[in-house]
Design a protein around this ligand. Structure first.
Ligand code: ADP
Ligand code: ZN
Length: 519
């Protein structure tokens, strides 16, 4: 047995140094602790159980959902001289017998096994006679119905903790929002596990959120401000929107193509390959695009519409800057999008599922509305914390200016009250600014006392202020019914003049000018 994990890393795996946190995790597992490891794809989770497997007596059992993945891992381990094998339904009877014989002879350091094989009674019986170094459950989110890839076979794994109380158990995953995380820990009986949540930060990606006003113009301004050779992905919610944006970009002379699930396979692979080979500058896509994308020099990802949750946003923006060079993530954030996303959620799934998805959507909106460092909000969602503000997001680079907005807030709140708390943001702004729109005149809203009292501010500014009032709890926006605005209890003292309020000054520029980082 080698002396230290670092030595094993160098002599067996041929790497020079541990990635951040690997060493700590490995040491814990070697000591025999249960562990929960949340680390993004490519972060280096495998070594967290492969090295302990070589430092503890007995064989390590690794549960993995994909047969093809098992074979790749085992091949790689064998190439490094590690005694590894897999045991699943793809093996011929004779090979399976051979693996079992090696298992009983103590001739294996790691055995990869499919969950249904592992939890079958005959196999569990065998294991009672064999010294085990650890259990590693890869893709542990498969055990949770809240995750995106639930596998009933994984549920049985919940018995392992009881059946083998002395064998350390390690659960690993790349995708776990707070609910799924808690669920995995509960289902696998990992109550005493040390949790490691790490590696989510992508410091080279600059996060920017702007108010969505004229999205196509905003997109063009953004593209015009970038070197013409920079390639990127633009995500939109619907196929129709994807086609429309791609068409308009192409008409404007930009090498752009659409990509969505409604296109023939051949067309999709053509687009993907052209993008990979730098023949296309921009792919406008639905979420269908990206799984197979391994293009290191994607310089920007634009969200034309609001993603459904932070996990998707993180994954999609994460396709930018894989080469470690500076990259941009731009989100065009419009309040109308929240209602659309909500509608999509409510149209499908069961009520319990919907409730979860609405919560996730709310977290996404919280990110978009944040007036604190975006990276902190993002990493905080995954349970990771940042020691200081990042200096590389729109909020850090261009901190919002605050001003005494008491009077404006009072105007806005009174106006919401005067229109009977039955209208959304657009109408309230029209009344404030004294619009002559047909609908407004028909409603007689030009006779309200608040009609025209906010002419001095632009619609964008009013929008920005109203959104903050919602965000801060002075107004409620009923997203289930067209975004109708209502007063809350918190708005009374403000309306009565008993409280002063400071708000961030909304930005009027379509794309906020980003100053260079302070270093
Ligand atoms: P994950 O399972 O988290 O997606 P992997 O364990 O497959 O990630 O690791 C991703 C890649 O990083 C692999 O090619 C792996 O060999 C490499 N890797 C992991 N740890 C290190 C390290 N300490 N030094 C260099 N490369 C590493
Ligand atoms: Zn920041």
């Amino acid at each position: 047995m080698p002396e230290t994990p670092l030595e094993t890393l160098r002599t067996v795996f041929g790497y020079h140094a541990f990635r951040p946190h690997q060493e700590k995790i490995i040491a814990g597992v070697i000591r025999g602790e249960d562990s929960f490891v949340l680390m993004p794809t490519g972060g280096g989770k495998s070594l967290c159980y492969q090295i302990p497997a070589l430092h503890r007596p007995g064989v390590a059992l690794v549960v993995s959902p994909l047969i093809s993945l098992m074979k790749d891992q085992v091949d790689a381990l064998q190439a490094n001289g590690v005694r590894a094998a897999f045991y699943n339904s793809s093996l011929a009877e004779r090979d399976a017998q051979q693996v079992l014989a090696r298992l009983h002879r103590g001739d294996l350091d790691l055995l990869y096994v499919a969950p249904e094989r592992l939890m079958g009674e005959p196999f569990l019986e065998r294991l009672k006679e064999i010294p085990l170094s650890l259990f590693a459950i890869d893709e542990a989110h498969c055990v949770s119905q809240w995750g995106h890839d639930f596998r009933p076979d994984y549920v049985q794994l919940g018995r392992l903790r009881e059946l083998f109380p002395r064998v350390p158990l390690l659960a690993l995953t790349a995708t776990a929002d707070p609910q799924t995380r808690t669920d995995i820990i509960r289902r696998l009986g990992l109550v005493r596990a040390t949790c490691y949540i790490t590696g989510f930060d992508r410091p080279n990606i600059r996060y920017t959120v702007v108010d969505k006003q004229k999205p196509f113009n905003q997109l063009q301004t953004f593209l015009a401000g970038r070197p013409p050779e920079d390639a990127g992905i633009i995500y939109a919610l619907s196929r129709k929107r994807v086609e429309e944006v791609a068409g308009r970009l192409a008409a404007a002379g930009i090498a752009a193509a659409p990509y969505h699930a409604g296109l023939p396979d051949s067309e999709r692979s053509r687009v993907q390959e052209a993008f990979q080979r730098d023949e296309l500058r921009v792919v406008v896509a639905t979420v269908a695009f990206g799984m197979g994308i391994d293009k290191p020099n994607v310089r920007f990802v634009v969200h034309y519409d609001l993603p459904k949750n932070i996990e998707s946003y993180y994954q999609e923006t994460g396709r930018a800057g894989r080469d470690g060079l500076p990259a941009e993530a731009l989100l065009l954030f419009g309040y109308g999008d929240i209602a659309v996303a909500r509608g999509l959620i409510e149209n499908g799934g069961n009520p319990e599922q919907n409730r979860i998805e609405i919560q996730k959507l709310n977290a996404m909106v919280g990110f978009a509305e944040a007036v604190t460092c975006r990276r902190r909000v993002l990493l905080g969602y995954f349970g990771e914390s940042l020691a200081e503000d990042c200096g590389n997001c729109d909020v850090c680079l261009n901190p919002p200016e605050r001003f005494d907005a008491t009077e404006e807030a009072q105007k806005a709140l009174s106006c919401v009250y005067r229109v009977g708390q039955r209208f959304g943001m657009g109408h309230v702004i029209d009344v404030l600014r004294g619009s002559r729109s047909q609908r407004l005149l028909q409603l007689g809203h030009d006779r309200l006392s608040t009609y025209g009292i906010g002419r001095d501010l632009s619609p964008e500014l009013w929008g920005g202020l109203l959104r903050q009032l919602v965000h801060l709890g002075y107004l409620e926006q009923d997203l289930a019914s067209y975004g109708v605005l209502k007063l809350t209890a918190a708005s009374r003292p403000l309306l009565r003049g008993e409280e002063r309020l400071h708000l961030a000054r909304p930005r009027e520029k379509p794309v906020a000018p980003v100053r260079p980082p302070r270093h």
